[in-house]
Design a binder for this molecule. Structure first.
Ligand code: 0PR
Length: 366
């Protein structure tokens, strides 16, 4: 630590220079986050000091968390569902698995069944919770093979996981089939919709992935991805709110005497940010955001194919992947484990950015 403090001017001049080292969002095509909407920033700033870890001190902010969970529960067709705001998909997935394990604590060698395409947060969750992670191979279309999942499930399976909007290919697993298997075998079924949860409800095409399917027990959804909120804001939504109390531990000196969350101190600011965006846009506004991202995804795929760069799959959400070896240097893209070029058409990736990228690619491949 510095012995003598800096002036505000020197400090912020240092921060300004340092921030300039960050990449320019105009060239970021690899991220599942996007600059927050100004409405989210305004709400975030207003609640900057709030701590949902001690909700009795911030009853107003805590009521915003309940509103946010209620909005998402209704969006996912089960208004009485419960849940809470997490730090993102990783925490939501850890907590879903922790809950599933706790509900079946008589099982001494528990396993969870996840698709090969599962986000790496499930590996972290299984490590922490000492769960065996059983991986289900994908079909040719890169979606989870539900019949193989049924074969891999056994009497020690505490949780089945499906992905609604895979990280790498933007695909939705056969959630209806998986939900039916989970119902039949009475297994906790967690849907990881960290990315897709803020996209699928707003698509023109209706795709069932939520509590309308009786087998779905919990859903992870991240407002800090397609929900345009500030970071960090994820949500874990549980069909039966009381289930979460299974995770309660004593917190004797807080304003509440028990808590089921993973983090202790939890920021209220991004929760206000997430709710602000949902209420400012409404369903119609969110449909417009998602529709723009989907149109850009299709335009990108179309444009790439005119240069002979084929799509790897036709995505369900705004993630485009290609059979392509190289791209111009200044663009920040990512590459999947199978070696495909991956571009996430987030809200900041506007049409003019897609056209600029296509123009650069055109020069390289024409
Ligand atoms: N589940 C799914 C389906 C995800 O795609 C992700 C993250 C998670 C869970 C975990 O969410 P948190 O990272 O919020 O804990 N998907 C992105 C990824 O790993 C996250 C990301 C976002 C990565 C922005 C890079 C980036 O610039 O690719």
């Amino acid at each position: 630590m510095l012995n003598k403090g800096m002036t505000e001017k020197d400090l912020f001049s240092f921060f300004t220079h340092t921030k300039e080292e960050d990449l320019d969002h105009n060239y970021i095509l690899s991220s599942m986050c996007t600059p927050p909407h100004p409405i989210a920033v305004k709400a975030h700033s207003m609640f900057i000091e709030t701590n949902l870890g001690d909700p009795g001190l911030f009853p107003g902010t805590a009521s915003l968390e309940r509103l946010l969970i209620g909005r998402l529960a209704t969006l996912f067709h089960h208004p009485t569902a419960g849940g809470y705001a997490t730090s993102g998909g990783t925490e939501s997935n850890i907590q879903a698995l922790r809950l599933a394990k706790e509900l079946r604590k008589e099982i001494t060698t528990p396993n969870v069944v996840v698709p090969e395409s599962a986000h790496f947060s499930f590996k972290k969750a299984c490590d922490i919770l000492c769960l065996e992670m059983r991986t289900v191979p994908l079909n040719n279309d890169l979606r989870m093979d539900a019949s193989k999942a049924a074969e891999i499930i056994d009497k020690n399976t505490v949780c089945l996981v499906g992905i609604a909007g895979t990280t790498e290919y933007g695909l939705i697993d056969p959630i209806s089939e998986l939900a039916a298997i989970a119902s039949e075998q009475d297994i906790f079924f967690h849907v990881d919709a960290a990315f897709g949860g803020m996209v699928i409800p707003f698509l023109d095409r209706e795709i069932r992935f939520d509590f309308l399917l009786p087998g779905v027990t919990s859903i992870a959804v991240d407002p800090h991805k397609m929900g345009l909120s500030t970071i960090p804001c994820g949500c874990l939504i549980i069909r039966e709110p009381d289930m979460l109390n299974t995770l309660n531990i004593e917190t004797p000196y807080l304003s509440v005497k028990q808590e089921f969350t993973l983090s202790g101190t939890r920021p209220g600011a991004p929760v206000a940010g997430a709710l602000a965006v949902l209420d400012y846009f409404g369903v119609e506004g969110m449909r417009a955001v998602v529709s723009g991202c989907m149109q850009n995804t299709l335009r990108l795929i179309d444009g790439m194919e005119t240069f002979g760069i084929q799509r790897a799959v036709t995505p369900d959400v705004n993630v485009a992947t290609f059979i392509c070896r190289d791209i111009p240097d200044r663009w920040k893209v990512s590459w999947t484990r199978r070696g495909h070029l991956r571009i996430v058409c987030m809200p900041h990736v506007r049409r003019d950015r897609i056209e600029a990228f296509l123009a650069d690619i055109g020069e390289m491949y024409a």
